[in-house]
Design a protein around this ligand. Structure first.
Ligand SMILES: C[S@@+](CC[C@H](N)C(=O)[O-])C[C@H]1O[C@@H](n2cnc3c(N)ncnc32)[C@H](O)[C@@H]1O
Length: 203
């Protein structure tokens, strides 16, 4: 089964943000669920949570294995993790027709090409209920000013692996989001120089 050490390090601090912001009984769409560890941990920790995972179709198998093994036992009362769906943010037909209270995505904006980030924002705006939240966890810089040396190094490392990858600018993301009807409402500092950017869909 896929395993992410980073997920084990960041899951508690992300859980605290989810607990502070998600409404009771939230229906959440996760974009780029990776190993599925976040999904299982959050659904074991938050009652009445419906957490819909998703991944690129090429990466769906590993995610599906974890959800099949761990996605139906030991969950918090009333919580559920439906079967994962294939979702490439840049494929408009992949976005579900269901409405969600929140869209969550961890450590994806620096992996997908910069041109796909507005697709993530637009897709989220399209599936969020009025007042729903988009929550983006990961490393970000601000108007070209990196927030930490570790993020400069990480950005260089990513670009050496693939020039299409790179740490994204929170200011640029916020401007793109505003144009799509998503208002920035919080920028939560997280351990290891990460952040959670939170946007609310305008009514
Ligand atoms: C670094 S992993 C993070 C996985 C997981 N969210 C976590 O925190 O461990 C980045 C994920 O983004 C996904 N991804 C990359 N491009 C994507 C796209 N265009 N649409 C949806 N997911 C994408 C990858 O498949 C990968 O699982």
């Amino acid at each position: 089964m896929l395993f992410s050490a980073a997920c084990e390090r960041n899951k508690d601090s992300i859980l605290a943000v989810l607990q502070a912001w998600l409404p009771p009984g939230a229906q959440v769409l996760e974009v780029g669920s990776g190993s599925g560890q976040h999904a299982v941990f959050f659904a074991r920790s938050i009652p009445r949570l419906a957490w819909q995972t998703s991944e690129l179709s090429a990466n769906l198998t590993g995610l599906g294995e974890r959800i099949a093994l761990e996605g139906s036992s030991g969950l918090a009362p009333g919580s559920q993790i439906p079967r994962p769906i294939a979702l490439d943010v840049s494929a408009p037909g992949d976005w579900p027709h269901q409405r969600f209270d929140a869209v969550f995505s961890a450590n994806t904006t620096h992996i997908m090409p910069a041109s796909s980030v507005p697709d993530l924002l637009a897709g989220a705006a399209g599936v969020l209920a009025s007042g729903g939240l988009l929550m983006l966890y990961g490393p970000f810089c601000d108007h070209g000013i990196p927030t930490a040396a570790s993020n400069v190094d990480f950005d260089l490392h990513l670009r050496s692996l693939d020039p299409a990858m790179g740490v994204r600018d929170a200011g640029v993301i916020s401007e793109q989001a505003r144009g799509l009807g998503l208002s920035p409402v919080a920028d939560v500092a997280m351990p290891a120089n990460n952040r959670t950017l939170i946007f609310r869909r305008n009514s």
